[in-house]
Design a protein around this ligand. Structure first.
Ligand code: HH2
Length: 259
C-alpha cells in the first residue's frame, strides 16, 4: 500500500497538498510501476500537533484525486476519520476506507455499512494532538487486540461482512517505543484474530529512535520493519518507499517457507 498524502504537514515531509493533479497522478503511477497494489490517499495529517482540516476542505482535496486515481486500475483507499468524507470518497470510487480512529466517530459505522468497500480498523489511544504525551497500558498487546475485536464486532453487528475488514495495531498512535516494539514482536497475536493485518511502520519516529536517523534517512529501517511485520503475518504494509519494500519482500518471498 503506497502512501499519497494530500497534506501540507505530514511527518514524512512528502505532502502533496499544493501539487497539481498531474504531479499527484505521476506520483501514483510511479508507485504502481514500483509494485504498489493499493494507493492510500489522506488529506489530514495525524502527526501529533498537526493542523486539523475541516470536513469541506478534506472532501475538496480528496474527491477529485480519488476520481482520477480510481481509473488507474489499482484499488484506492482513503485515510479519513470523518463519516462525510467516507461517503464522498466511496461515491468518487474509493475501494477502501482506512480509519485511524477505528470507525468510532458518530456515524462512521453507518457511513460504511451497506457499501461494498474494504475497511481498515486501526487502534489509537487518545487523539492525534496529544496521543504521544503519556501513552499507558496495562498490557499493550492485549488491550490493542481487545479494542480491535470490539470494533470489528461493532462493524459486523451493523451488517458489515467480516471479509471486508482488516485490522491495524496503529504503530505510533498513542504508543511509546516500548509499546511499538511489543506490538511488532507479538504481531502474530493480531494475525490470529481472523482478519488480514495491515501495518504502518514506514519512516515512523520509533525507527528514528532506534537508528538516530531523521525522517528522510529511515528507508533501510522501514524496509527491515516491513519485512519483520510480513514475517509475523502482516498482509498489507503501508509504505512511502514502494520499490525498496517490494524488492526486499521479493527476496523474502522467494526463500520463505510457504514458497
Ligand atoms: N499511519 C499514518 C497515517 N495513516 N493508517 C493506518 N492504517 N496505519 C498507520 O500506521 C497509519 C495510517 C501516519 O503516517 P503518514 O500518513 O505518513 O503521516 P501523516 O499522518 O503525518 O500524514
Amino acid at each position: 500500500m503506497a502512501i499519497l498524502n494530500l497534506t501540507t504537514d505530514s511527518f514524512s515531509g512528502d505532502g502533496l497538498a499544493s501539487a497539481g493533479m498531474e504531479s499527484i497522478l505521476a506520483r501514483a503511477e510511479s508507485a504502481i510501476a514500483a509494485g504498489a497494489g493499493i494507493l492510500d490517499v489522506g488529506a489530514e495529517s495525524t502527526r501529533p500537533g498537526a493542523q486539523p482540516v475541516s470536513e469541506q476542505q478534506e472532501i475538496a482535496r480528496i474527491v477529485p484525486v480519488v476520481s482520477q486515481l480510481a481509473r488507474l486500475g489499482v484499488p484506492v483507499s482513503v485515510d479519513t476519520m470523518k463519516p462525510a468524507v467516507m461517503t464522498a470518497a466511496i461515491d468518487a470510487g474509493a475501494a477502501m476506507i482506512n480509519d485511524v480512529n477505528g470507525f468510532r466517530a458518530p456515524g462512521a459505522v453507518d457511513a460504511v455499512t451497506g457499501r461494498s468497500v474494504g475497511l481498515c480498523v486501526m487502534h489509537m489511544q487518545g487523539v492525534p494532538r496529544t496521543m504521544q504525551q503519556a501513552p499507558s497500558y496495562r498490557s499493550v498487546v492485549e488491550e490493542v487486540a481487545e479494542f480491535l475485536s470490539d470494533r470489528v464486532r461493532a462493524l459486523t453487528c451493523s451488517g458489515v461482512a467480516p471479509g471486508r475488514i482488516c485490522i491495524d495495531p496503529g504503530f505510533g498512535f498513542g504508543k511509546s517505543l516500548e509499546h511499538n516494539l511489543a506490538l511488532l514482536r507479538h504481531l502474530r497475536v493480531f494475525a490470529e484474530l481472523g482478519h488480514p493485518v495491515l501495518v504502518g511502520l514506514s519512516r515512523k519516529s520509533m525507527l528514528g529512535a532506534i537508528t538516530g536517523r531523521d525522517v528522510g534517512g529511515r528507508v533501510y529501517a522501514s524496509v527491515a520493519a516491513a519485512l519483520m511485520a510480513v514475517e509475523r503475518g502482516a498482509r498489507i504494509v503501508r509504505v512511502h518507499d514502494v520499490a525498496a519494500t517490494r524488492e526486499a519482500l521479493a527476496v523474502w518471498d522467494a526463500a520463505a517457507e510457504h514458497a
